[in-house]
Design a binder for this molecule. Structure first.
Ligand code: AMP
Ligand code: MN
Ligand code: MN
Ligand code: MN
Length: 281
């Protein structure tokens, strides 16, 4: 297998990843990655540290973010080329973090009612972010679950005893927000989201109209045939093709850095196009 070259989807402990940004970049560099994107959920505070580490190690770091959209559905967007010090972006994200906190408090309440002594701090990243993965890790630490996966199944995913849904932007609202902050919006892991092909084809023109710029065809959760299908679909609409592992920094629990991109043959040209569009956005 060729050495991985790029990974445009990574989480750090600023959101629900396990490792600090500099360590993610160090691991990526050790694996041969030359260009990566930090795409924490709803926060950009990990970007400056990652950028500095990348400068030291000769790894290009694209500043990114991942937004959960889709209204009642869970459809994720990646935004590439954000400015992590943009006050308008930070104000927008702090609204999302507040809605996360309200939901976290509701989930913590349910878990406490079930007898588990968790607190909102247990669900926190290094900043204001709170999320389910962090809470799942706290349940593992308490000995209540053997793994993060088990904690999700028992309590934190739809159908779980402490699950609380979150209010989400619609997909076009998310796309428009990312464009407003100068980012290139990309549809994240459509295969993991399990959007049926017919629905994706039907909705894509509207999303492109709102400003969608690309599709994450290569992702650690996509089978080879699906990756090729999304690659062709994106190109047929003139969209960018991107790829990333979605690593949260703790393989084998989740994906390893670089996973999912082995079959991404045109990775260099595709990233060149993304970088061009980022300068125009
Ligand atoms: P949140 O954004 O707080 O709703 O948490 C969503 C995150 O939890 C995702 O980005 C994944 O990292 C993780 N996740 C979602 N579902 C599961 C699951 N069934 N098992 C393990 N991790 C999950
Ligand atoms: Mn996550
Ligand atoms: Mn996602
Ligand atoms: Mn992700």
């Amino acid at each position: 297998m060729p050495e991985p070259y790029a990974d445009l989807h990574l989480h750090t402990c600023a959101s629900d990843g396990a490792l600090p940004p500099a360590q993610m970049v160090e691991h990526a560099a050790a694996l041969g990655i030359r260009i990566l994107a930090i795409t924490d959920h709803d926060v950009v505070s990990g970007v400056p540290e990652a950028t500095r580490a990348g400068e030291t190690l000769g790894v290009r770091v694209i500043p990114g973010v991942e937004l959960s959209t889709g209204g009642g559905q869970e459809i994720h967007l990646l935004g590439y080329g954000i400015d992590p010090s943009d006050p308008a972006l930070l104000a927008f994200l702090s609204g999302l973090l507040a809605s996360r906190m309200a939901r976290t408090l509701a989930m913590v309440e349910k878990l406490r009612a079930l007898g588990f002594p968790v607190t909102a701090e247990d669900a926190q990243g290094t900043g204001e972010f709170t999320g389910r993965t962090n809470l799942a890790r706290a349940m593992v630490k308490l000995g209540a679950a053997k793994s993060v996966r088990e904690a999700f199944v028992k309590w934190l995913e739809p159908g779980g005893a402490a699950y609380v849904p979150r209010e989400r932007l619609s997909v076009p609202e998310g796309i428009e927000a990312l464009r407003a902050f100068g980012a290139v919006p990309v549809l994240a892991h459509p295969g993991r989201t399990r959007i049926p092909d017919g629905e994706l084809s039907a909705r894509l023109p509207g999303w492109i109209g709102a400003g969608l710029g690309g599709v994450e065809a290569y992702h650690a959760s996509h089978h080879a045939a699906d990756a090729q299908k999304y690659d062709r679909l994106a190109r047929s609409h003139g969209l960018l093709v991107t790829g990333g592992s979605d690593s949260h920094g703790r393989a084998p629990e989740g994906a390893e850095i670089g996973d999912g991109s082995a079959a991404w043959r045109s990775v260099r040209e595709d990233i060149e196009r993304l970088l061009e569009q980022m300068t125009k956005a």
